[in-house]
Design a protein around this ligand. Structure first.
Ligand code: PXG
Length: 464
């Protein structure tokens, strides 16, 4: 066995990584040739790699390190919990203190009567749980034919077989197929799909697709609608203002359960504790993960309202994971929530940082390759385009130009992701204003350099 440490030369770590480690959502052979970037430590909003570069993390890991890196309190709580009770399950009529406390805290934080919590370990598992909750709910209510869950194209709800089917990522469906009774409607992405419509009309049209789908599939068949308040992995797509009120109206009218997937939007990301509050919706269920523990430990949850809890409470719900409500993860999450609240991180981000981020990020809108710029709270995106006025796509495969800009972000020590030809950001909620200045300066430099490369490659032209 090789002793592998932070002090090994980067090439050696890369070679070992390529030899044995399979990366998610990656073309392994290409990465093996190039070598993965090795991250060795992190503090606040800054990552350090094995070559000693300091990189500004404009993505908070994968949209999750809301509290920032390097909080000793979380490490201490984890160590204490591991010593006291490293593991016990919550099956067979047992419980433990961290899970009791975390469920109580989540019931307090979650809006309305979302007061009951089922724990899992990842957003994917929580969404699988949601499918089972929804179908069990309708069975128990004597309507077993209500099994269809409506979702949206370009939604992301996870990578397990069921949650990837629930999501709307065509590439994922193509590789592993679908599960029965999931139906997708179009997404409210005005920039890419709005054509000549106003954003408001387009928002309404996309929301009304839900009503059409319910009527086509049959009111008696549709169990639930699931959506992210703001699509994250799909490219930080902020729906037009008309969209959510209409969706809410339709869900209420046909009495279908509304599931808000808050995996990215939760815990301060959009300027409130939950994205549902920012978008003014009243879900019956919420999926939470990521910011719940700020990524320090894997934990997720389905939070349901009183009605669903009452129906499920009357039957045996045949579901659960070995690590549902894991004591160490629960203790870490609880401490994370305490700090987010007591240090005023969520309110400071909403009141002080978000307006500043919006101003700085929107200033990139004057760049020749940038079309719309959207910022809500502490998440944002910008659309790359060869023609702002027509909102044209590039004459290249989608994502080619986005990837070229992301490469320049990496080279300039900024983590800013691309989703197709949109660039997305979601920094830690503890980023400073000086770091926001740095983020926008590095983003501009990456855009400038990317623009030169795109022109040199003959790609700065519209798809005909
Ligand atoms: N729902 C939403 C809204 C998510 O964003 C999941 C569920 C699944 O969570 P887990 O913990 O199972 O990964 C997510 C995850 C990306 C990216 O490239 C986004 C996610 C995960 C990995 C990559 O933007 N979101």
């Amino acid at each position: 066995m090789t002793l592998i440490t932070n002090h090994m030369p980067t090439e050696e770590l890369q070679r070992l990584d390529a030899a044995h480690h399979m990366h998610p959502f990656t073309t392994g052979d290409d990465l093996a040739k190039k070598g993965a970037r090795v991250i060795t430590r992190a503090k606040g909003s800054t990552l350090t790699d094995s070559d000693g570069n300091d990189i500004l993390d404009g993505m908070a890991g994968l949209w999750c390190v809301n509290i920032g890196y390097g909080r000793d309190e979380l490490a201490e709580v984890a160590a204490r919990q591991m010593r006291e009770l490293p593991y016990y399950n919550t099956f067979f009529q047992t419980t433990h203190v961290p899970v009791i406390a975390l469920a109580e805290r989540l019931a307090e934080l979650a809006p309305g009567d979302l007061n009951h919590v089922f724990f899992s370990n990842s957003g994917s598992e929580a969404n699988d749980t949601n499918i089972r909750i929804v179908r069990t709910y309708w069975q128990e209510k004597g309507q077993p034919e209500k099994t269809v869950i409506i979702s949206r194209k370009n939604a992301y709800h996870g990578s397990s077989v069921a949650s990837s089917a629930l999501g709307g990522m065509a590439g994922m469906h193509a590789q592993s197929g679908m599960i029965p009774d999931i139906h997708h409607i179009d997404q409210p992405n005005w920039w890419s799909e709005g054509g000549d419509m106003s954003p408001e009309d387009f928002g309404l049209e996309r929301a009304q697709q839900l009503e059409k789908a319910i009527l086509e599939l049959g009111e008696n068949r549709v169990a639930a609608f699931i959506a992210e308040p703001i699509q994250g992995a799909g490219g930080v797509i902020v729906p037009p203002s008309t969209y959510w009120p209409e969706i809410q109206r339709i869900c209420d009218k046909y009495e279908i359960l509304l599931i808000a997937d808050e995996v990215i939007c939760g815990f301060g990301r959009t300027g409130n504790w939950f994205g549902s509050q920012t978008m003014g919706i009243k879900p019956d269920m919420m999926t939470v993960a990521k910011g719940l523990s700020s990524g320090y430990a894997p934990i997720s949850a389905s939070i349901v309202n009183e009605d669903i809890a009452a129906v499920l409470g009357a039957c045996e719900f045949n579901h659960g994971y070995t690590y549902s409500g894991h004591p160490v993860a629960a203790a870490v999450a609880l401490e994370n929530l305490r700090i987010l609240d007591e240090e005023g991180i969520v309110t400071h981000a909403a009141n002080e940082l978000a307006p500043y981020l919006k101003e700085k990020f929107e200033s990139l809108g004057d760049h020749p390759m940038v079309g719309e710029v959207k910022v809500v709270g502490m998440m944002g995106s910008l659309a790359l385009t060869p023609d702002k006025t027509t909102r044209a796509k590039f004459a290249a495969d989608v994502g080619t130009v986005g990837f070229m800009v992301r490469e320049r972000c990496f080279a300039n020590n900024l983590i800013m992701r691309h989703v197709g030809d949109r660039m997305v950001i979601s920094p830690p909620l503890v980023i400073t204003k000086a770091e926001i200045d740095m983020l926008s300066a590095r983003a501009r430099k990456a855009l400038d350099e990317g623009y030169e490369n795109v022109k040199a490659a003959g790609l700065f032209k519209a798809m005909s």
